[in-house]
Design a protein around this ligand. Structure first.
Ligand SMILES: *Cc1c(COP(=O)(O)O)cnc(C)c1O
Length: 368
């Protein structure tokens, strides 16, 4: 699905130097690269604060902890997302309210969110799925109207940009109260292990989240609130410093690959190519097709026989997972989401374009 080996080989010297530097310097925790990376990411995203942390699940959890939500408060999130989004909500004793998504963009919308708002609703978690921004303007207006917090799950869309109706633009993760990023190796900006970060323009929230990520301490050995231990390793930050400079180039490569796939697959009536929104660019964390006529599983088998990797993100709605069944009535169903779970298939998309591979993949899909 990704070609991390060849990506590494192209920047091997820089990466190896950065790692050796950390090893020789021995400041493995909070070394100088962490601060450098934090500042570089702040300017890349044009956001006031970046708080590095251990992974993209912790960042969601730290975000929720910083908002002073109370057990029983409801947090609206899509039912069609990675487990982490809803998991942290449940872990903190909050209620994940899992809702539908737009079947074209795979993202939640203001209309869908509005139907789920109750007197207990305190926050919304829009997930910018597969690399495209949710339609944020109406979501922000809705949140203002109902006094709800917005935590953007930006794990898959770093670098994506949204355009408001007045023409102003903002990077995903900088439009809500807090944004959450993952640097898992296969994400668009991936490190060589786990890593994550929080983004916010709110000074107070930034201060609090930094404290929570560091055992709730303001000053060493003075613990003001309950926190956790969630840090970005110095070595991972050093790697990210090298790779952040390449991020726009990586996004370009993914877009080139997506355009080629579009070209070869758009006339195939049995698959739906990704729908591109007008007000967001796409960073193609995933290139996800919808396969018609119940043929998705057979297509996946066919691709596998021909040695083509593919993945189903996501095979089950969250509410169907045993971990989440207590949050919904026994016969709860969201038809759109169930349909997506049975139709989607993601095919390889990454930074190391190889025309021959892309041709082969499209040829096999079209043959099928
Ligand atoms: C990857 C991902 C996460 C979690 O990130 P980790 O760094 O693996 O903890 C959260 N939400 C979404 C949508 C993701 O894709």
């Amino acid at each position: 699905m990704v070609d991390l080996k060849n990506q590494y080989l192209k920047i091997k010297n820089e990466i190896d130097d950065a790692i050796i530097n950390c090893v020789e310097n021995t400041q493995f925790i909070n070394g100088p690269s962490v601060n450098t990376f934090q500042n570089a990411l702040q300017s890349y995203l044009n956001v006031k604060h970046v708080i590095p942390c251990a992974n993209g699940t912790d960042s969601l959890q730290i975000a929720m902890m910083a908002l002073d939500l109370k057990p029983g408060d409801e947090v609206i999130c899509p039912a069609f997302t990675y487990v982490a989004t809803a998991e942290v909500i449940g872990l903190l004793g909050l209620i994940p309210v899992m809702v539908d998504v737009d079947p074209n963009t795979f993202n939640i919308t203001a209309e869908i969110i509005e139907q789920a708002i109750t007197t207990k609703t305190k926050a919304i978690v829009p997930v910018h799925l597969y690399g495209q921004s949710c339609d944020m303007e109406p979501i922000i207006n809705l949140a203002k109207k109902h006094k709800l917090f917005i935590i953007e799950d930006n794990a898959q869309a770093i670098g994506s940009e949204y355009t408001f109706s007045d023409g102003t633009r903002a990077k995903t993760g900088t439009m809500g109260d807090i944004g959450s990023i993952s640097f898992f190796p296969s994400k668009n900006l991936g490190c060589f292990g786990d890593g994550g970060a929080l983004t916010t323009n709110n000074d107070e929230l930034a201060y609090k989240m930094r404290m929570i990520a560091n055992h709730g301490q303001e000053v060493k050995y003075f613990h003001k609130i309950l926190g956790c231990n969630s840090r970005l390793d110095t070595i991972q930050a050093a790697i990210l410093n090298v790779k952040l400079k390449k991020l726009d180039e990586y996004i370009d490569s993914r877009n080139q690959m997506s355009k080629y796939y579009d070209l070869k697959l758009e006339s195939n009536k049995k698959v739906q190519i990704p729908v591109r929104q007008k007000n967001s660019n796409h960073v193609f964390h995933q290139y996800t097709l919808r396969v018609k006529d119940g043929a998705r599983n057979d297509l996946q088998k066919y691709l596998s026989v021909h040695k083509i990797p593919s993945m189903i993100y996501y095979p089950f709605p969250l509410y169907k997972q045993p971990a989440f069944e207590k949050y919904v009535p026994f016969d709860f169903v969201i038809p759109n989401v169930e349909q997506l779970c049975s139709e989607v298939i993601s095919i390889p998309i990454h930074t190391e374009i190889n025309l021959e591979h892309m041709n082969y993949i499209c040829e096999k899909i079209n043959q099928f």
